[in-house]
Write a protein that binds this ligand. Structure first.
Ligand SMILES: [Zn+2]
Ligand SMILES: [Zn+2]
Length: 367
């Protein structure tokens, strides 16, 4: 489907909402549109923007004024079924995309929240919930755009781990997935194990080309990073509990972005990861890097909604020091969190919160 068709569909819907042509068929580009067209347009729009990869179309529909159509319909109690589908499932899945949030940012959220028509409508509560999640994500988007100009990386030579501005690094020409501060570091890392994963990493990139634009992927990474820091205490606590109950097992932090209410996270065994083909190919390779990092790298999976499907994407987050991860392991083995401890004892000031406090200055997560 051509991109421009989305804009056309929205223009037709807007024409139907124009009070001056209420009794006539709207004429757009010399074509008359009968009233039944309105329902068809809604269905076509909803169907196309919920098809992977629907986020470019969602952004385009918002830009063309679709949100105003949706909320006008809601205020007048028309097309409510479609309005609810849009507000509760389609719009929230776009909140992990920078292009959708950029469109929402341009005053739409505030303008619409102040509309008296909308405030009186039955969908107002739904809109309020959605708008509050959108506002949080827009704040992350702003921070990401500001930081993007001088974002930092860590040298992939695990013995070096130097952190510098992105532009100071050169990446491996084979896989383009490893970054080094110098030729010496690249050669050390090659001997140290990168030669074992370089081909596989390259194969993953070429065999499973992302449906998602690299800019969107980078924003998803920033979002995971932001949420990780917001929920650091809870996630670390879950990690300690996991390590206590499954000593020696591999764990993975899962962020679920398929809920309209925001993000939910949990700590899971690596083995329980549901697969999509590209994740199944990427996971063993990234796991080797994770294992070599000595606790500096954490594997994070985000579940994202793409139409009716739920996809999993893998992200590596790396800390500037391994002290924190090491501390979590020590806590898990300590007697501070015995297997039968009651909930109120779990928030021990000498436990996870104290560790976070102690390592604060030395614990920076980078991409
Ligand atoms: Zn280096
Ligand atoms: Zn490589």
């Amino acid at each position: 489907m051509s991109h421009r068709i989305i804009t056309w569909l929205v223009r037709i819907l807007i024409a139907f909402d124009n009070p001056h042509i209420h009794t006539r068929m709207p004429v757009i580009g010399g074509i008359n549109f009968p009233v039944q067209t309105q329902g068809r347009c809604w269905e076509l729009l909803i169907r196309s923007i919920s098809t992977p990869p629907g986020y470019p179309w969602l952004a385009e529909a918002i830009e063309a004024g679709f949100l105003h159509c949706v909320l006008k319909s809601a205020a007048e109690n028309r097309n409510l079924k479609h309005v609810k589908i849009f507000l509760s499932s389609i719009l929230p899945f776009g909140f992990i995309s920078s292009s959708v949030l950029t469109q929402l940012k341009t005053g739409l959220i505030q303008d619409l929240a102040d509309s008296p028509q909308l405030t009186a409508s039955s969908s107002f509560e739904l809109w309020k919930g959605v708008a509050s999640v959108a506002n949080t994500r827009i704040a992350v988007l702003d921070a990401w755009e500001t930081a993007g100009r001088h974002s930092s990386l860590a040298c992939d030579n695990m013995q070096c781990g130097r952190i510098e501005a992105k532009r100071k690094f050169k990446c491996c020409a084979g896989c383009r997935g490893a970054n080094y501060c110098s030729a010496e570091c690249q050669s050390v890392d090659w001997q140290d194990g990168h030669q074992l994963v370089c081909d596989d990493l390259r194969a993953v990139r070429f065999r499973y080309p992302e449906l998602v634009h690299p800019r969107e992927r980078s924003f998803m990474h920033a979002l995971t990073h932001h949420d990780y820091q917001c929920f650091l205490f809870q996630i670390s606590f879950e990690q300690v509990m996991f390590m206590r109950d499954h000593p020696g097992d591999d764990l993975i932090v899962v962020f679920d972005y398929t809920k309209a209410t925001g993000v939910e996270f949990k700590v899971d065994p690596r083995a329980r990861l549901p697969g999509n083909a590209d994740l199944a190919a990427e996971l063993p390779v990234q796991w080797v890097r994770h294992a070599r990092s000595g606790g500096r790298m954490g594997l994070h999976v985000m579940f994202v909604g793409e139409a009716c499907e739920c996809k999993a994407r893998l992200f590596l987050l790396r800390a500037s020091s391994a002290v924190f991860q090491f501390g979590l392991k020590v806590l898990a083995r300590s007697t501070m969190f015995p297997p039968d401890s009651a909930d109120e004892q779990l928030h021990d000031k000498h436990g996870v919160s104290a560790l976070i406090e102690k390592t604060k200055g030395r614990f920076t997560e980078i991409h």
